[in-house]
Write a protein that binds this ligand. Structure first.
Ligand code: KG4
Ligand code: ZN
Length: 336
């Protein structure tokens, strides 16, 4: 019998739903929250309130677009964590309320694993096991994935995530939140060799991105004292130089991880995977190492519910039992 999964994602500032028939994506919607822009970052309380407003229309739209009625659903999947507690609570409670009302089993999904399983939405698909790199606004992690329930953490950032570094530096350069994509766009017209920012090299497979943020802050303060229009005058070169440093820190550790694991596949996920220099250099690196590279299209790199739905489908395929009738707590922090 085929599965009809409704998936819900609400871990941060996107309210999203998707509808799957087995592994086939029928429809999906993401409602983004513009409300955070003027604050320069996600305000957790505002995120929860916006999820409450968006969740019913978003779910109704995917059912309508997929020409599906609620009675045809067989499973409800939702993001259990990690994420913002108030934001997760909205999706978790909505999913569980719907599952109770429709008497359907629930599939809780780990958000970080889902960023990697997003690579199973469209072919070609990676084969398990694989080396995974998650680069988002909240996470920078290297993992070894054998199954959904057998994921080993190889290394991670010990302070800021790569996306957080992009966003905080973007704010210093005057871009609205989230600024990662703005840096990427302006970097394309700049010269990465104009300014030299520090490359932090930690032992093992760990990352650190707080140093570059502080270095850029002090550098701009010093230069702006001499010339108030410094940022405006050098915007493209600043973006290219910052991007080059962040991407170099990622690439070095990914290269080391490929060597240490001997992996023949690199599977990437998370919003920063949309970065054009990162994509280019990951492609060159994997070519050089004889490794196959998997990166989802941009809309499936960023937070979305299709990645939750496909991960739920793979959980069922791997024999992981869905849950019936028992309350599943949202988890702001969640290990593998
Ligand atoms: O995965 P995601 O949508 O949300 C989280 O789970 O965090 O990732 C959002 C992050 C933000 O930090 C955003 O600035 C960054 O991804 N981002 C980019 C680009 N597009 C999105 N960073 C660098 N270059 C981009 N093109
Ligand atoms: Zn995410």
């Amino acid at each position: 019998m085929s599965t009809h999964i409704l998936a819900i994602e609400s871990s941060c500032d996107e309210t999203a739903a998707a509808l799957f028939v087995d592994h086939r994506l029928l429809s999906e919607r993401v409602a983004s929250q513009g409300v955070h822009q003027s604050y320069g970052g996600v305000v957790p309380e505002l995120a929860s309130r916006a999820h409450l407003t968006h969740i019913v229309p978003v779910v109704d739209q995917v059912l309508k677009e997929g020409s599906f009625s609620r009675s045809q659903l067989t499973h409800i999947a939702f993001t259990q964590g990690p994420g913002l507690m108030g934001a997760l609570l909205v999706g978790t409670c909505f999913a569980q309320g719907l599952a109770l009302a429709l008497e359907l089993p629930l599939i809780p999904v780990h958000h970080i694993k889902a960023h990697l399983f997003a690579n199973y939405i469209t072919a070609p698909y990676p084969k398990l096991p694989f080396l995974g790199l998650v680069v988002s606004g909240g996470h920078t992690q290297l993992v070894w994935v054998e199954r959904y329930d057998k994921v080993t953490l190889l290394g991670e950032t010990l302070d800021d995530a790569a996306g957080e570094a992009f966003d905080k530096i973007a704010k210093l350069l005057g871009f609205p939140y989230p600024g990662g994509a703005h840096i990427d766009r302006h970097a394309q017209e700049g010269d990465a060799e104009t300014f030299s920012f520090p490359i932090t090299r930690l032992p093992k497979l760990n990352f650190s991105f707080s140093g570059i943020k502080t270095a850029v802050l002090y550098f701009l303060r010093k230069e702006e004292k001499k010339n108030a229009n410094f940022v405006e005058k050098h915007l493209h070169d600043l973006c290219a130089s910052v991007q080059h440093a962040i991407v170099t820190m990622l690439i070095e550790k990914v290269g080391q991880a490929i060597e240490e694991t001997g992996s023949q596949q690199l599977v990437v996920g998370g919003g920063v995977a949309a970065n054009s220099e990162l994509k280019k250099r990951l492609y060159a690196l994997t070519q050089e190492k004889g490794c196959e590279l998997f990166i989802p299209p941009i809309h499936h790199c960023q937070d979305n519910a299709a990645m939750i739905g496909i991960t739920a489908y793979h959980q069922l395929q791997q024999g992981i039992q869905p849950i019936k009738g028992a309350y599943q707590e949202p988890m702001a922090r969640m290990t593998f």
